[in-house]
Each structure stands twice: as structure tokens, then as C-alpha cells.
Write a protein of this length. Structure first.
Lengths: 242, 266
């Protein structure tokens, strides 16, 4: 019985082998999403663009859960969020799309997906004019802007470089679908796969708001019992002599 | 026609529900959307499978209140009418397994597995599914359920869904009689427990019985008929699916649906 349980558990786990899965807007974090999703397919039915699909055995995604592949069909940012709204179980949660205090007006750009550009395969970064993603972006000039740069190779042309702004990008994937490269040079990833994180001991001294954190830090350090030992270490004779 | 007076309404109900699900997906009907785990009626009333919700709870997630209430409604209904009414009147897999069952009888396929599986297997699987859900953090049966896969095969055109359903069909046809519905399906096990004290039961009248065994031939849960020909009583086992096949084939008026209000344990 125990063995059976292990086989059963492993069998359902191996179906979640995909490195990442793009879930509908408002999805809980993957681990909780997998617990919560009742696999009823109502979000898939609610999607007017057939963007969302239900995973089936062989897809490498937990059987019966919803996902989308923007290279084939991206999300078109319905303002009324039919997919998130249709979820009965709480696996898709409108609250996750709302900024604090504004629970009534969910914003799709609080979704947990972000576009990133691979410069080496982006024609614009080669110096060839493209703009396909920039023009396709439903938030043109907000989520994707063009930066101008001198093309040093020719010395006389400009490069028009697409830049993604992560604070605006919704992760809809329209850019990924529009990219003319054979394998898209701009693509969307779950936000935790597409972002880094600077430790909070780094402070932007040139930003007033951020600089305030210096004081918080010092207070915290004062509480720290190890401060003395750290100072002692620096004043240690051995260290000074050398 | 009398021989099919319950079979025909059962198939009509099973197919109508499937058709409404298909309409919900393809033509945007709002009468019934979702699937057999969680559905919404008229875009307002959620109904959920209590066993699916139990797995979600076991995996460590508190499902939304609408799903919890929907599961409670279904639970109460089946406690009243008999849990396995779901199996014989609603579940689409029943159409597939009944077909295998019928073909077995028609072609006299008698190959039982050598190690006969116990009909209690489903209760072990039921318990195991909840443990696996808790340990692995995933609703264990929902991910592999052929019922959901059949729904997806029909409503979403999932090819892999048909493959799984075909496997169940072939197992039922060639390996084990009533293998899926009568031995393995933990949802059937769950509803057997739920419907133990239901008020709709099949009632047997020994005095009319001629021991022709016709009811045994058609029953996918043969052991529940153990009292037939021996004593007049309700078919008390929760495993009885209340499908009514035995009533249909009985020429001696020895079986009928009846209301049961006593809680006597046999």
C-alpha cells in the first residue's frame, strides 16, 4: 500500500516536470495553484480567444490544469477578466490582480508574468530596424519603449532598441507572438524566473525615499549583538599589523 | 420497453449533462458549465464534487467558500438519494463501462484475473488518495481521474483523454468484470460510503422471487444482491448504484424502488 502510494505520488508529480508553466492571470503561486485547482476547465471555457488550454497527459504539465503558450495564442487583456472571474476554487484570485485598497479594480499588469529580451537574437540589437514587438504591444510606449543608440558599426545609423518596462508589462505575450525571429527573441516568463533581487542592504543613496532605509538599518544593527564582535574583529591587532 | 424503463432515462440524463457541458464550451450556454468536479448552474449556483474538494483540503488548501458550499449541497443530496446514484445516473464513464459489461455478456467473455481483486480495493484507494494528496500536495485522484479525462475528451477534444478511457474500457472488457466501477474507482467508493443510509433503495420481495438469477446477470455490484431469494429486505449496501437494472429485468415483480426510513443495520 505504501509502495502504491509512492508510485501514485511520483506518477502525478512527474506530470509537473515542466520548468515553468504560464498560468492564467491571478493564479496563485505554482505550488498553491496546483493544490487549489479543481481542474474544471471553466477558465478555459471563459477565455474568448482560446488562449487558455487544459493540459493533458503528455504535455508535461499537471493533467487538467490551465496554461497558455503565447507564441501560438497570447493573452489579449480582457478588461473584465472572464478567466479569473470564472474560477470557483480560488486557484485564480482576482485579489492578486488588485493593488491594495482597490480590490474592486483588478489590473492585469499585476500579473506574475514578464517579457524579457534576448539581445543577441534580437534583430533590433543587430542594428536592423524591426519594431515588431514594440508595435504589437498593447501598452505601446509604456510596457515597451524604443531607445535610440548610435550604430557604432556603421557610424551613421541609429539602433532602435526595444526596452521592456517590468512595472508596466502584463506578460500577455503579444510581443512573443509578434517577434519575427524563428524562435522568439522576446518572450514571457513567470516573474520569478525573469527577475533578480538585490539584497536590501543595498540602498539607492540618490533616491530620498530609499535613503530613509539607512536609518532603519542602523537601528536594526544596534539591536544586533554581533556588532561588537564585528568591530573587535576589525580592530584586532593581527589584522592591523598585517 | 419495460426492460429499459430506467436505462433509457439514465442514458438521457447522462447524455444531456454531457451535451450541456459541450454547449457551455462551444456555444457559450450558461445552463451548465465546468465539469464533474466543479460546475456552475446558470452562472450562479456552484456544485462541486465533495471527494474532489476533500482531496484539495487534504493537500493543504482551503478551497473557496462557493466550492465548499457546492460540495456540501452535493454531499447532502447524495446522502439522501444514495451516493452511487451519481455513478449510474450522472457519471459518463458509466456509459463506457456498461458497454463493456454488456459486451462481456453478449460474447461470453469470462476471463477473470487470476488474482481476483477485492471490491474493497476502492476503499483502500480512497484512503490512499487522501494520503497521497496530503503528502504530495496535489489532488491525487483528480489528476488521473478517467471521469475528468472522458469529459475533457468530449468537451475539449483531448486525444490522451480518449486513450485513458479506452484503457479502462479494455480492462473492463477483457480483464476484470466491472473492473473500474465495481472495484477500482475511489469516487465510487466515496459515494458508497456517503449513500449507506440513503432513503431511496431497491427493495426485494422474497415471496415473488423465482430464483431466476436474472438480476445477478445484470448487476455490476453483484454482492449487494446477496439477500435476493433469501429474505425480503432493502438492498442495504451503499455500493448499490440504484441503477434499477435488476428491477427492469425482474419478471416476477420481486424488486422495486422503495423509500427506506429506518436505520437498521444488517
Amino acid at each position: 500500500m505504501g509502495t502504491g502510494g509512492l508510485i501514485w505520488g511520483k506518477a502525478i508529480q512527474t506530470t509537473t516536470k515542466a520548468d515553468y508553466v504560464l498560468r492564467p492571470p491571478g493564479a496563485l503561486k505554482e505550488k498553491n495553484f496546483l493544490k487549489a485547482c479543481i481542474k474544471c476547465g471553466q477558465c478555459v471555457e471563459a477565455c474568448p480567444y482560446d488562449t487558455l488550454k487544459l493540459a493533458e497527459p503528455g504535455d508535461g504539465i499537471t493533467n487538467g490544469t490551465p496554461y497558455f503558450e503565447p507564441r501560438s495564442i497570447p493573452c489579449y487583456l480582457c478588461t473584465d477578466m472572464p478567466c479569473t472571474n470564472s474560477c470557483p476554487s480560488g486557484a485564480l484570485d482576482l485579489k492578486l490582480l488588485s493593488k491594495e485598497e482597490e480590490e474592486e479594480s483588478p489590473e492585469i499588469n499585476n500579473s506574475k508574468i514578464l517579457a524579457v529580451i534576448h539581445k543577441e537574437s534580437c534583430l533590433a540589437y543587430w542594428g536592423i530596424r524591426c519594431e515588431a514587438c514594440y508595435r504589437a504591444c498593447p501598452l505601446i510606449d509604456k510596457a515597451i519603449t524604443l531607445d535610440y543608440e548610435v550604430n557604432k558599426r556603421t557610424g551613421m545609423h541609429a539602433k532602435l532598441l526595444p526596452i521592456v518596462h517590468s512595472d508596466v508589462c502584463t506578460g500577455c505575450g503579444v510581443c512573443e507572438q509578434a517577434c519575427i525571429a524563428e524562435k522568439a527573441a522576446i518572450f514571457v516568463l513567470p516573474i520569478d524566473k525573469a527577475t533578480g533581487e538585490v539584497g536590501d542592504h543595498y540602498i539607492k543613496g540618490w533616491e530620498k525615499e530609499d535613503e530613509k532605509r539607512i536609518n532603519e538599518k542602523i537601528e536594526k544593527v544596534d539591536d544586533d549583538k554581533d556588532v561588537d564582535s564585528a568591530i573587535d574583529y576589525l580592530n584586532d591587532d593581527d589584522l592591523i599589523d598585517e | 420497453m419495460r426492460k429499459y424503463k430506467f436505462l433509457i432515462p439514465r442514458r438521457v440524463i447522462q447524455l444531456s449533462i454531457l451535451f450541456l457541458f459541450v454547449g457551455g464550451n462551444f456555444w457559450g450556454w450558461e445552463l451548465l458549465r465546468g465539469n464533474y468536479s466543479s460546475a456552475i448552474i446558470l452562472d450562479s449556483l456552484n456544485l462541486s464534487d465533495p471527494y474532489a474538494v476533500l482531496q484539495i483540503l487534504a493537500s493543504g488548501f482551503l478551497a473557496s467558500s462557493s466550492v465548499l458550499i457546492g460540495a456540501l449541497i452535493i454531499l447532502l443530496i447524495y446522502m439522501l438519494v444514495g451516493g452511487r446514484m451519481f455513478c449510474s445516473w450522472i457519471c459518463p464513464m458509466n456509459i463506457i463501462t456498461d458497454l463493456a459489461f454488456r459486451l462481456r455478456r453478449m460474447f461470453k467473455i469470462e476471463t477473470e484475473v487470476r488474482v481476483a481483486l477485492s471490491r474493497n480495493l476502492r476503499y483502500y484507494l480512497l484512503a490512499l488518495s487522501l494520503i497521497v494528496s496530503a503528502v504530495f500536495g496535489l489532488a491525487a485522484f483528480e489528476i488521473i481521474s478517467p471521469i475528468s479525462m472522458l469529459h475533457r475528451a468530449i468537451v475539449f477534444g483531448s486525444g490522451a483523454g480518449w486513450a485513458i478511457v479506452a484503457v479502462v474500457f479494455l480492462v473492463d472488457l477483457f480483464i476484470l468484470k466491472a473492473g473500474w466501477c465495481g472495484h477500482i474507482c475511489p469516487l465510487g467508493g466515496f459515494y458508497s460510503l456517503v449513500g449507506k443510509q440513503a432513503i431511496i433503495k431497491v427493495k426485494h420481495d422474497k415471496d415473488n422471487c423465482t430464483n431466476c438469477m436474472a438480476c445477478f446477470d445484470v448487476c455490476i455490484e453483484e454482492p449487494v444482491l446477496s439477500i435476493v431469494g433469501k429474505e425480503s429486505d432493502f438492498i442495504r449496501s451503499g455500493a448499490c448504484t440504484n441503477c434499477g437494472r435488476c428491477i427492469e429485468v425482474c419478471d416476477d415483480n420481486a424488486l422495486k424502488y422503495a423509500l427506506k426510513f429506518d436505520l437498521k443495520k444488517k
